[in-house]
Design a binder for this molecule. Sequence first.
Ligand code: ARG
Ligand code: ZN
Ligand code: CA
Length: 251
Amino acid sequence: LSGTVTIPVVVHVVYNTAAENISDGQIQSQIDVLNEDFQKLNADRSNPYPYSGLAAAAPVRFTLASVVRKASKTRSWSTNDAVKNSKRGGDDAWDATKYLNLWSCNLGNGLLGYAQFPGGAPATDGVVMLYSAFGSRAKWPTGTYSSPYDLGRTATHEVGHWMNLRHIWGDDGGACTGSDQVGDTPNQGGENYGCPAAGKSSCTNASTGGDMFMNYMDYTDDRCMFMFSKGQADRMTAVFDAGGARSSFAT
Ligand code: ARG
Ligand code: ZN
Ligand code: CA
């Protein structure tokens, strides 16, 4: 890949209550966060932490292509992809070779969001978000948000999955055996929540700086995650390369 990939985003606002029908301002604040976070222009990038030398930008730019608003009788959604289907009360995906589909809805079960990895079915490709974890209170204060997931980092995390990133701890249930397939992220036991104290470590990573809990692919609070690593940026870039699962965006 050479240069920057432009990713047009279609936001499908599937709502049952007025609060779920989030405003254009709240939607734009999410696009702005995605651009800042992936381009390493986020204000908190200069926070001091052990891995600051590894922080990297990905060569992507997000633009808001369209907002589709759809009233629905469904009060709560799950990970069964119904929200992506007009016949099931949701709203159909736009052409997944050209657009990143982002659904905002009332996800149940305490879920903040979920994503489809590259290589899956086009009709279900994209990211589903809880409406109150969509956008950033810092950029659009009058929106509907649930603290501490109110700075737009759920979408950063989910779009990371959409670009082939795995969880930083390797999804091994707390063991030190799993891997995120990225070379420069430390081996980490399990996921972190909240805002861990500096130096919090697991497996054998104490000597290199501990868990990389400030990584967008951990489960920490929005204000405590603020970086992708160089290895993660390379892995994301590869999906847009010739032959990569999302090369259609690079044209
Ligand atoms: N898929 C994760 C969940 O629903 C998203 C975690 C996002 N974390 C965050 N700080 N915004 O739990
Ligand atoms: Zn995840
Ligand atoms: Ca692990």
